[in-house]
Ligand binder design. Structure first.
Ligand SMILES: C[S@@+](CC[C@H](N)C(=O)[O-])C[C@H]1O[C@@H](n2cnc3c(N)ncnc32)[C@H](O)[C@@H]1O
Length: 383
């Protein structure tokens, strides 16, 4: 297999993570707690799903009446379009249906819809779902799935991770409400971060400690993935991305002053040390979200995990430390000779230390590039 094909195969494996019911329920409850009518009279679309056994379809179908939905639509991707080794079997539901078509069952996507009480039991739930084959393979970029998107009010799914960027762009071009799962790294994407900065999209309520458990047929193959049981893996750095409001983003972080952090912080990097100023940004380095000082007037560099605690009434996002100075915040750009000298000083051998990639602090005469940082400011500084 050529290298680029290997890369694609690895990416496709990343796409086969299936979400647990409890995680979907917990996340949707956060939106419902904030606005009990958030789904009322809405058309909800679940693309990139496998409706017969997806927990997204199960959750919305079982709660159809409680949520007051107008219509639920979910679509799946054709088995032949998925990695071959998945060896997907057709479900009995499909095989026993009068609509069953042996060829289409492999090559076509499917669409499931729920909007009326078909069996007359005075409830609308999973048993009332209707289905059909799509004309194509169910790719979210196809005209037919795009048309379903345009009918929807809210889009909810765990999209293929390898196509996250494209999937988000696909939602945004339609100007819909959405709740989707993605890797935490997506925060720093050039086409995602500006939307977070402008409070057009934000992180959802979230997984506990940003760790998600997914069902997957694959054994772990990356340091971010750990086996947790048969066909269940734990993946680090997973977030919900959304543009629907929830309570957590209005809870202020409880913070100490600079002086108190220096005296009482639980972090050795802060306790007795305080805060350092970057050499290349007019900002201080705050290595932990809970060490943000309540009384700092200027800009502060914080880890990207800060965003899961971000309250837009408490903080303003100014930009991010990154190479291209997209937010015009750098006070210094390092020449390549400086990057080379910094490498030799730090590691004692020739090389290049890309100081322009993030904030830089000088410790004991050695320049240190800090981890990826978001630059923020208090809206109202504590006295
Ligand atoms: C991360 S999984 C999540 C599945 C389901 N939403 C869940 O959370 O249980 C993403 C799904 O999208 C499918 N997929 C991959 N590429 C796709 C595409 N271009 N269009 C639609 N679906 C795709 C994958 O085969 C996989 O089933």
């Amino acid at each position: 297999m050529a290298n680029s094909n290997l890369g694609k195969a690895k990416a496709a494996k990343n796409d086969e993570f299936y979400t647990q019911y409890a995680d979907i329920e917990k996340e949707m409850n956060a939106y419902l707690d904030f606005d009990a009518d958030v789904f009322r009279d809405k058309v909800v679309l679940l693309p990139c799903d496998d409706p017969e056994w997806s927990n997204f379809t199960k959750y919305f179908a079982q709660n159809f009446d409680k949520l007051g939905l107008k219509k639920l639509i979910s679509t799946s991707y054709a088995p032949d379009a998925k990695p071959k080794e998945l060896n997907l079997q057709m479900s009995l539901f499909e095989q026993e249906s009068p609509k069953f078509d042996k060829k289409k069952a492999r090559t076509n996507g499917r669409v499931f819809t729920l909007e009326r009480d078909r069996n007359g039991d005075k409830k609308i739930n999973f048993d009332d779902i209707e289905w059909d084959y799509l004309k194509g393979d169910g790719d979210f970029r196809s005209d037919e799935v795009r048309a379903l998107r345009d009918q929807a009010d809210i889009i909810v799914t765990n999209p293929p991770f390898s196509l996250f960027r494209e999937f988000l762009a696909w939602i945004l071009e339609s100007d819909k409400k959405f709740v989707i799962i993605g890797n935490q790294n997506a925060i720093t994407y050039k086409d995602v971060f500006p939307l977070i900065k402008e409070n057009k999209i934000w992180l959802g309520n979230g997984f506990t400690r940003n760790m998600a458990h997914f069902y997957t047929p694959y054994v772990p193959y990356s340091k971010w993935i750990e086996q947790e049981g048969e066909n269940v893996v734990r993946v680090a750095g997973v977030q919900w991305f959304t543009n629907i409001d929830h309570g957590k983003r209005h809870q202020p972080l409880q913070l100490m002053t600079k002086a108190d952090n220096k005296k009482f912080s639980k972090h050795k990097e802060v306790k007795g040390v305080g805060y350092q100023k970057y050499d290349n940004y007019d900002a201080i380095e705050v290595p932990f979200t809970d060490a943000i000082p309540s009384d700092h007037k200027g800009v502060m560099g914080v880890p990207i995990s800060f965003l899961s605690k971000y309250n837009p009434e408490q903080f303003e996002i100014i930009g991010m430390c990154e190479n291209q100075d997209l937010y015009g915040l750098k006070t210094k750009k390092y020449a390549s000779t400086e990057c080379k000298a910094a490498y030799t000083a730090k590691f004692g051998k020739p090389g290049t230390y890309d100081l322009n990639a993030s904030g830089v602090v000088t410790i004991g005469g050695i320049q240190e590039k800090v981890y990826q940082r978001i630059l923020i400011r208090h809206r109202k500084v504590a006295k």
